[in-house]
Ligand binder design. Structure first.
Ligand SMILES: [Zn+2]
Length: 51
């Protein structure tokens, strides 16, 4: 299920008091207060691309 392509390598970064997901393709998720939410955004992003 969780296939990762090297062109969509996501990471969660902290920005101030928030966390957000970033991807090597240039995509950025919305700022989240919870790191788990940011990781969920990253999963959605990768899933959307791998279909
Ligand atoms: Zn991506």
């Amino acid at each position: 299920m969780a296939q990762q392509q090297h062109e969509h390598a996501t990471t969660v970064v902290e920005q101030g008091r928030f966390c957000l997901a970033r991807c090597t393709c240039g995509w950025r998720g919305p700022a989240r207060r919870a790191r788990s939410k940011a990781r969920s955004d990253a999963d959605d992003h990768v899933g959307a691309h791998t279909g």
